[in-house]
Design a protein. Structure first.
Length: 146
């Protein structure tokens, strides 16, 4: 019985969301998160929602205040009354690379925590968010931020 428990803790791998920056990383325990920032041209908030589904990372939706530079137009719009335009995206992503800036207040949101990425690093540093397979042991006791 102990062997089975140890086997599961150390050799069973589960997909997890890892955030990497400046030779450091942390895990998100939740299966979804939002990235938010202030659009550099429109000066309005922009949010993208990502989800770990079937061992893959998906950009599920995006919401923003106004159409402007670089705004996609091919996705389905969802009606809302919160002042945002909501779009369904549902695009599989191999990873997400984001340049972080204090000017746009790049922030990561989980159900448990708000993580101001722009306070973790210097302006114009990049983060990479990806799916990694880790041991159950690391998932339970590893470094996470949410």
């Amino acid at each position: 019985m102990l062997f089975v428990l140890l086997f599961c803790l150390f050799w069973v791998k589960i997909p997890s969301i890892e955030v990497c920056y400046q030779n450091q990383s942390f895990l998100l325990k939740s299966n979804d998160f939002q990235l938010g920032w202030i659009h550099s041209v429109e000066k309005e908030p922009w949010f993208e929602t990502y989800e770990l589904k079937g061992g893959e990372l998906y950009l599920k939706s995006t919401k923003f205040k106004t159409f402007g530079a670089g705004v996609p137009t091919e996705n389905r719009i969802i009606k809302s009354n919160d002042g945002f335009i909501h779009m369904v995206v549902d695009r599989k992503m191999s990873e997400v690379t984001v340049t972080v800036s204090e000017n746009v207040k790049t922030t990561l949101y989980t159900h448990e925590k708000i993580i101001p990425l722009y306070q973790l690093m210097d302006d114009y540093e990049t983060i990479t968010i990806r799916i990694v397979k880790i041991s159950l042991w690391r998932w339970i006791w590893g470094e996470s931020i949410d």
